[in-house]
Design a protein around this ligand. Structure first.
Ligand SMILES: [Zn+2]
Length: 275
């Protein structure tokens, strides 16, 4: 009997050890999978960012933008302006395709306004912080402005845009794509008509449009649309709203969103100041 018990004890001990071993193995296997997946993800994000950086660097180097605000008498005014919409009002945007751009290029213009996609960029690539910390940038204005609904501002921030392709120039914001060259060498120009501090209409012109890639068209539209919403230029060269787009990541930043929030809260300042 006693011997039998000893044998039984031994058997149960060894199976416990076995179970322990299997448990350890499973743990190591799971850990390996997790580490593998994490490094694949980090590697892929880095690769994706590098691809984007390579695609935009140098291509936008000579891109210049300007904007002007005029009153109803046609006089240039130097003040802050914003849309003064009813709560929930939709801004109508029309694209006038004088350059006969194909659909994929028109979609790049539309996405710069409507997309709610984001991109996560390592701050070290933006020269804005240590590696390992990251910032979110938005590919489209509708996505960037959607989060602002939570805290109401003095003036309602335009958050929904309806885009149509009408050649008659109707719409609150009109984007004209032309093959003309701008005499001052500008790629993009935005003229807003205002009454007091209220924008009545914004007209964006994108020059030499057939020469632009989808990526460039998207970046220029994103920048000019910022003007159409009332933003001036940014002091920060790494920002979308800098007078010349120098950043490899021409997407809407938290700094641009803060500037919009300030503008529609009645801050008499439209310059984008990034801290
Ligand atoms: Zn500009």
């Amino acid at each position: 009997m006693e011997q039998e018990k000893l044998i039984l004890d031994e058997i149960s001990q060894s199976s416990e050890k076995k179970a322990e071993k299997i448990g350890k193995r499973t743990f190591i296997l799971i850990a390996m999978i997790v580490v593998g997946a994490a490094s694949a993800f980090i590697g892929y994000s880095y690769y994706e960012n590098q691809l984007l950086a390579n695609a935009t660097t140098h291509l936008l180097e000579h891109y210049n933008s300007n904007y002007v605000i005029q009153n109803l008498q046609g006089t240039v005014v130097n003040t802050w302006v914003s849309w003064n919409l009813l709560q929930g009002q939709v801004l109508h945007v029309s694209i006038v395709n004088d350059a006969n751009l194909p659909d994929d290029k028109i979609n790049a213009v539309k996405n710069a306004i409507l997309s709610n996609e984001t991109i996560t960029v390592d701050n070290s690539l933006l020269h804005e912080g240590p590696s390992g910390t990251s910032s979110t940038r938005y590919k489209g204005w509708e996505g960037a402005l959607a989060d602002l609904q939570r805290s109401p501002t003095k003036f309602f921030i335009p958050q929904t845009f309806a885009i149509s392709e009408e050649s008659n120039g109707a719409g609150d914001i009109v984007i004209t794509l032309t093959n003309d060259e701008n005499p001052d060498g500008l790629s993009g120009f935005t003229k807003s008509i205002s009454d007091g501090n209220q924008i009545l209409k914004s007209k964006i012109t994108i020059y030499d449009a057939s020469q632009l890639s989808s990526l460039q068209l998207g970046a220029i539209t994103r920048h000019e649309f910022g003007h159409a919403l009332g933003l001036a230029h940014s002091t920060d060269p790494s920002d979308l709203m800098h007078a010349t787009i120098r950043t490899d990541y021409p997407y809407i930043s938290g700094c641009d969103i803060d500037a919009i929030k300030g503008l529609y809260s009645g801050d008499e300042r439209s310059q984008v100041i990034c801290q």
